[in-house]
Design a protein around this ligand. Structure first.
Ligand SMILES: Cc1ncc(COP(=O)(O)O)c(C=O)c1O
Length: 375
């Protein structure tokens, strides 16, 4: 146990590390792509799309500008639009609901359950005659129980679109997040487990027809001959970002294993504290393989704990600025979701990233333990 009480800086996330951790290799990639002038829709992108599809087990992957666009393009390609309702879990980024909104459909928020993911019972209760699709968020690098979600979808004749922005490589019963439904998104925002040097995202789908529409929709509505055949967006993953991502994808399993080791470490040190509820550990349930995009705890006296840690150099974050999506009333939501609202008074994300050393993790744990048990 580390009993060193000197203040140590453990930032919540270390953005420069995204680049400096492998600076030489990255500079080489940038030079190579730059000298080839290969900026938009070139072979590096094609290779990355192909490797991403292989990695996840999806039939198709298409690089786009970001995961929000990926969701919107996926929904539009799947035929979701005005008059439709799409149910999502309110513990998510506003991007999930925004993608539904901009597809023309109405986003309907439902409660999270104790695992912070969509509560299947609340989902089923929210289905109406206008419901066309379900969009579960595979939050914090954990895949929802997809037996429940897919079972409900099948029973009611609905499509599923996964928001897997945070869940590349996460699995339920051996199947990767993002490959269960009609289409899904992955985000490559720099703080993601697989991050690029700006915005980036991908759509995954197993459906040939949806894939063909995505290809057209994300590139100005043009088909392969360049003919404009429908209204489209400009949302493409830059070739240089794709090259950087493809390089990192080769090391992705090692990165995930490190994050799982940190999660194990947190559980060993903090698991006995009655004042906390920890996320499921990496070895708790063989049905789930979690990649720990975030480590989101529930904490008694959360705000005090956050301030205490801040004073001692430890960065933490309350997800989405402390509000579930339905609490953004100016977007027109009028639902009350008491379980989720209560969660938002208790949840706190503690550091989970690749620059953390074991000593950093011990330092964070020591400070949390001494906050609740000062003597
Ligand atoms: C759950 C979730 N959905 C969607 C997004 C949007 O991703 P992007 O920033 O790539 O558009 C994010 C990004 O943080 C996210 O966490």
């Amino acid at each position: 146990m580390n009993s060193d009480k000197r203040v140590r800086s453990v930032p919540f996330f270390n953005y420069p590390y995204v680049f400096t951790s492998q600076e030489e290799a990255f500079v080489k990639i940038v030079r190579d792509v730059g000298r080839r002038g290969a900026f938009i829709m070139q072979k590096d992108l094609q290779e990355f799309e192909s490797n991403l599809a292989i990695y996840t087990g999806a039939k198709y992957a298409v690089g786009v500008g970001n995961a929000t666009d990926a969701l919107q393009v996926g929904l539009m390609a799947g035929g979701i639009g005005p008059g439709d309702e799409v149910i999502f879990c309110s513990h998510t980024m506003v991007a999930t609901a925004a993608a539904i909104h901009f597809s023309g459909a109405t986003p309907i928020p439902v409660e999270a359950g104790p695992d912070h993911l969509m509560d299947p019972k609340k989902l089923e209760a929210a289905i109406t005659s206008r419901t066309r699709a379900i969009m579960p968020t595979q939050l914090n690098g954990r895949t929802t129980n997809m037996d429940s979600i897919m079972g409900i979808a099948k029973k009611h004749g609905l499509d599923v679109y996964e928001d897997a922005a945070q869940a590349l490589g996460s699995k339920f019963k051996g199947q990767c997040a993002g490959t269960f439904g009609k289409a899904s998104c992955i985000s490559f925002y720099p703080a993601k487990v697989l991050g690029c040097f700006g915005d980036g995202g991908a759509v995954l789908t197993n459906d040939e027809e949806t894939y063909q529409k995505i290809l057209v929709l994300h590139d100005h509505g043009r088909d392969q001959s360049g003919e404009v055949i429908m209204w489209g967006m400009n949302s493409r993953l830059d070739n240089m970002q794709a090259a950087v991502l493809d390089y990192q994808l080769k090391e992705y399993d090692r990165v995930v294993e490190r994050r799982r080791a940190v999660a194990r470490h947190y559980k060993e040190r903090l698991g006995q504290l009655d004042e906390l509820v920890l996320p499921p550990g990496p070895d708790d349930d063989p049905d789930h393989f979690d990649v720990y995009q975030n480590y989101e705890i529930e904490a008694e006296r959360r705000d005090e704990l956050q301030a205490y840690l801040k004073e001692r150099g430890v960065g933490t974050l309350v997800q989405w600025g402390g509000k579930a999506v339905h609490q953004f009333k100016r977007l027109g939501f009028n639902q009350s979701l008491p379980y989720t609202e209560k969660l938002f008074e208790r949840m706190l994300m503690i550091p989970m990233n690749m620059s953390l050393t074991d000593d950093d993790v011990d330092y964070v744990c020591d400070r949390i333990i001494e906050f609740y048990h000062p003597h």
